[in-house]
Ligand binder design. Sequence first.
Ligand code: GSH
Length: 221
Amino acid sequence: MPMKVYYSETSPLSLGVLMVLKRLDIKCDLESVNLFAGEQRSPKYLEINPRGKVPALIDGDFTLSESRAIAAYLCNKYGAAEETLYPKDPEKRAKVDMMLYVGEWIHLEIEDYLNVTNVFTKDEKTRDENLPKLHEAFKQLENYLEKDKFMTGPNITIADFFGLNSILYLGLNEFDDYGKYPKMVEWMKEMKKLKCYAEVNRAGMENFGTLFRGKLLQNAK
Ligand SMILES: N[C@@H](CCC(=O)N[C@@H](CS)C(=O)NCC(=O)O)C(=O)O
């Protein structure tokens, strides 16, 4: 049975995994999980990921969830030709792991600001009071990018893939307050030149953005 990846087009963490799949040219079955319909909480899916989150992966009799762990697994198992994406050298790899954790922090600050679930389920707004925390996270990322072209050094790694997709998630609310972060802007521009970036379909996320902004307008009335 071919490897299967469960994902959602509206999940930035899924898009990070999809970029890794494209970059490593891994052929697998992709199964879309409709988060709006609650498919992530179906008994069938909870057997795959008891947390009820996408992405997840099944490779033979091996099942894995957590986007960053999936990306690391794909590199370990199928990424021999692309050593720098998740380097084997302990120190280089530790740096990538560190930035995957830092990236998770940034992602959570983005989610705390966007407040997506409550916008749809409780008619709330974005949580603008969380913007200072978001800017603190951006300041930290800018500091890293002042030292290196990419998040962990001169080479692109999986940490950059997740960092990029998390930040692009802010596009849901057309966030563009990047004036204080010239290195981040440059880095995003560079990342968007990647073939694997162009190969991942972002139409679902764009439609989701339209829906999100429409709902925000409605909630403001
Ligand atoms: N730490 C997990 C987080 C996964 C996650 O939060 N996925 C979101 C989409 S980006 C999800 O499945 N949300 C649906 C829900 O919570 O019901 C990972 O990295 O995979």
